[in-house]
Design a protein around this ligand. Structure first.
Ligand SMILES: [Zn+2]
Length: 576
């Protein structure tokens, strides 16, 4: 291994594998070894009709193994129209029609072929189906597409992929990689809930590329939070995180994917793919930064964060939690209801759990603080009213907000700022209490509302119509929200993330975006600390006391200002 905290891994797709010469393989290897360091390769046997000959695969495998590189197999399950397959299908990306007998048979053979050569095989993230041909429509019958594809891909996973592979090679470890579009898995038959009983391990797509323009519109934080989600879904069985060079228009954007994947403690960092790296200056930057992040991760424990409940097969307010992660709030998305936690966040996706209201009631009544968004309120408000958790509701009206007010703070006013459109929340005065107001003219709505219930509290957080407008809310206002959702410790500002670990260390990263420049950022804690230390440089930051009002009582925080330069990673620890 080249690094202590992760393996560096490269994928060789079928086209490269089938055309590469021994000389090119050697010079490519030398480049990758020099700049990144190569621990392991996934060598693809099949992609879109390209079947790599056995002699070619063995040539590459034996060369790399001779260099001490581990070699596993890879399969991309896409097929062109093949002999005997039913013509006239409309398929996106040539993903397979799994009701077509000829295609089913071919996929089974592809799995058997790879299992005869490798003891570990990963499926690239085309292992789904979007086929709507007449055969698929007929077999779907009265089911909806989600139910039909769930049944179909359960069958395919077991009977065409894993069982045939294990019959050929009982030792083969079968790995399913999940794509970066979690909110859509269920529409195409990706089944992290069911497939954990079929596959040995999983892998996570962390390619966030260009958030503004990429099809999946993914915030940068996904490279961290999706690894955490998949790890929480399959504890101990997430093999790694996988990113690529596509739509990365700067080395910083490319490397941010790598940093966040590593900060989430992915065991392998997969560089997709071999030929994209050759003579690419991104690889040089990666090599330098891999040494740094390896040092940064030394001694860090397990990642910690505020649980966000995202059930399996759910969608709604997609990626919202990632945007909150880019306000510096450490988050830990999970498909498991965070029953025993002190505080948790629930977005519209939580509504996919049909028992969510019962679970929320129990969570709050027994002392939990639940923060729910206006998107979730819209889905649940009739039921929430009935259970008595809150009398508040979200109306269909929108409020233009150019003025904010922290209600308990004599100095908590921010006027004449860029307008952001929020949904209107109405509530019973003094039945619940607004902590933050926002408005224009002589009208306002609550943006953060507290309702007490039993031993706990329900907070309703208003989300702008355009979720990206979260970054336009003034820091003074988002800080007030941070004191609720992250009451012991928080970082001010936006377009930055804080990654926290159970050994007490904090990695802070300010993204290279929006023409950001260096700035001093305040870090607050209620812990009894002496100072803050930069773990790498040893620099010490003095603290001072700062008081905020909470429920009309003064609450003391220790605060320190740290200079953060975009693109520069820092690691801190409080000294006691
Ligand atoms: Zn079909």
């Amino acid at each position: 291994m080249h690094y202590k905290n992760f393996k560096t891994v490269v994928y060789i797709p079928a086209l490269t594998a089938s055309t590469i010469t021994p000389d090119k393989l050697e010079s490519d290897y030398e480049f990758i070894e020099k700049y990144i360091g190569l621990d392991k390769v996934y060598l693809e046997t099949h992609r879109d009709g390209i079947e790599v000959a056995k002699e070619k695969l063995l040539m590459i495998k034996s060369f790399l193994e001779g260099k001490g590189v581990t070699v596993s197999g890879g399969i991309t399950t896409v097929l062109p129209d093949i002999e005997g397959s039913i013509p006239g299908k409309r398929r996106l990306f040539n993903t397979v029609c799994y009701t077509d007998p000829a295609m089913r048979n071919r996929i089974k053979k592809i799995s058997e072929y790879a299992a005869g050569l490798f003891d570990e095989i990963i499926l690239d993230d085309f292992f789904f189906t979007n086929c709507t041909c007449s055969s698929c429509i007929r077999q779907k019958g009265n089911r909806d597409w989600v139910s039909f594809r769930r049944d179909l891909m359960n069958d395919v996973s077991s009977n065409l992929i894993v069982k045939p592979a294990k019959t050929v090679n009982p030792n083969v470890r079968m790995v399913v990689k999940y794509p970066n579009w979690r909110e859509s898995y269920h529409y195409t038959g990706y089944l992290p809930k069911d497939q954990q009983d079929i596959f040995d391990a999983t892998y996570t797509g962390t390619e966030t590329r260009s958030p503004k323009y990429a099809d999946q519109h993914l915030p940068e934080y996904l490279s961290y939070s999706l690894v955490r989600y998949v790890e929480n879904a399959w504890p101990g069985r997430n093999g790694g995180g996988w990113f690529d060079t596509y739509q990365c228009w700067s080395a910083d954007r490319y490397l941010e994917q790598m940093y966040l994947t590593a900060f989430a403690k992915a065991k392998e960092l997969m560089f997709f793919q071999w030929s994209d790296l050759i003579n690419n200056y991104f690889a040089g930057g990666a090599g330098i930064q891999l040494n740094l992040i390896d040092r940064l991760l030394d001694g860090t424990g397990n990642p910690t964060g505020i649980p966000v409940y995202i059930p399996y097969e759910s969608s709604g307010e997609n990626h919202l939690e990632m945007r909150l992660g880019m306000l510096g709030i450490p988050l830990d998305p999970t498909p498991v209801f965070p029953r025993n936690k002190k505080l948790a966040l629930f977005t519209e996706s939580s509504a996919s759990d049909s028992d969510i209201v019962i679970k929320l009631k129990e969570f709050v009544e027994t002392g939990g603080d639940a923060v729910i968004t206006t998107g979730l309120m819209r889905q649940l408000q009739a039921e929430l009213k009935q259970t008595g958790l809150t009398e508040a509701s979200v109306t269909s009206r929108k409020i233009n907000v150019t003025r904010y007010q922290i209600t308990d703070d004599l100095a908590g006013y921010t006027d004449d700022v860029k307008s952001v459109v929020f949904p209107e929340i109405v509530h019973g005065n003094n039945a619940s209490w607004s902590l933050i107001n926002g408005g224009e003219g002589d009208y306002h709505t609550t943006l953060l509302l507290q309702s007490n219930y039993g031993k706990g509290r329900l907070f309703i957080l208003s989300i702008p119509d355009n979720p990206s407008d979260i970054y336009r809310i003034p820091n003074q206002i988002t800080d007030e929200f941070k004191r609720i959702i992250s009451p012991d410790e928080y970082i001010s500002g936006s377009d930055l993330s804080m990654f926290t670990y159970d050994d007490g260390s904090m990695i802070v990263y300010r993204y290279v975006k929006n023409n950001q420049r260096p700035a001093r950022i305040s870090l607050f804690t209620t812990k009894d600390v002496k100072c803050l230390r930069d773990v790498i440089s040893g620099e010490i930051f003095e603290i001072s006391d700062h008081y905020f009002l909470e429920n009309r009582e003064k609450k003391r925080y220790s605060v320190t200002d740290i200079p953060l330069v975009p693109g520069v990673i820092r690691k801190f620890k409080w000294e006691y």
